[in-house]
Design a protein around this ligand. Structure first.
Ligand code: B1M
Length: 214
């Protein structure tokens, strides 16, 4: 079996340096060499972002470095997307995705979106920092079956509960399944706030989301 370690390391390093143009070339090179898209994502892009995350935590890099790494991640994700999405799959239904109020971290949300699209589900992306009113309106007016909420901060986790409560108050809780995720979220927190599902990663989110359409 071919060994793509060198490709993954190159991608991880370019991500850490925030090389938004070069990383696109490296991702394409890895795809052309036959590296599985899922491995490029996990062993190259996410691995690189985890290293930057650790350095950010230890005060070795600061917000600008993290932002340019995030830009490189988003560019690389766009290049990777067609390989992650099965060509020609008819949408099996619709889902809504966003980050909750106060939360600007959209890299994980974008990955979850991509992976769900890869299951043939059309995703309405409401973006970041999404207030309840906007979410309620889209849930009411669309035929989406699943609402995916992402929160990356301990301070925005409670907004997951607020949104679920707002759905209840609007009489819409039974209309939609609510999935939650993001680094600080746990299964027990998801249970506590009355979410229908929690998964720790994007691939799991796509599996669970797809199961709601069976
Ligand atoms: Co921020 N940040 N950040 N940040 N940032 C974290 C999250 C932090 C852990 C860094 C740290 O201190 N170590 C920390 C949070 C601490 C806490 O609350 N416990 C933190 C902080 C404090 C902040 C600010 C407050 C910093 C400041 O201003 N002082 C600020 C807040 C801004 C805001 O949101 N209001 C802030 C800002 C930023 C940037 C703008 C600079 C940038 C975001 C850029 C962007 O997203 N466009 C940024 C980044 C990049 C990070 C780190 C380094 C990386 C996050 C990331 O993208 N990870 C992060 C440290 C880290 O995680 N190592 C950090 C990669 C991504 C693929 O993972 O999003 O976890 P993640 O998604 C995963 C899973 O969680 C899951 O699937 C994904 C992949 O498998 N998942 C789901 C996500 N959503 C899901 C939904 C699901 C299911 C699974 O179902 C619906």
């Amino acid at each position: 079996m071919a060994d793509f370690t060198e490709n993954f390391n190159e991608i991880s390093e370019l991500l850490q340096k925030g090389k938004a143009k070069d990383i696109v070339v490296a991702v394409q090179k890895a795809l052309d060499a036959g590296a599985p898209a899922q491995d490029i994502l996990e062993k190259g892009l996410i691995a690189g972002m985890n290293i930057i995350g650790g350095k950010f935590k230890r005060g070795e890099v600061f917000v600008p470095e993290v932002l340019i790494a995030a830009r490189a991640m988003n560019n690389a994700s766009v290049t990777l997307k067609p390989a992650l999405i099965q060509a020609g799959v008819q949408p099996v239904g619709k889902a809504i995705i966003c980050t909750v109020k106060g939360d600007l971290h959209d890299i994980g949300k974008n990955l979850v979106k991509m992976m769900i699209e890869g299951k043939g589900i059309e995703v309405l992306d409401l973006g970041v920092d999404c207030g309840d009113e906007k979410i309620i309106n889209v849930v009411r007016d669309s035929d989406a079956k699943v609402l995916c909420l992402s929160a990356l901060l301990t301070t925005t986790m409670m907004a997951l509960k607020d949104t679920i409560d707002a759905l209840k108050s609007a009489g819409l809780r039974d209309k939609i399944k609510v999935m939650v995720g993001g680094a600080p979220v746990t299964q027990s927190f998801a249970d506590e706030i009355g979410a229908d599902a929690y998964t720790p990663d994007a691939a799991g989110a796509a599996e669970v989301c797809r199961a709601f359409y069976n």
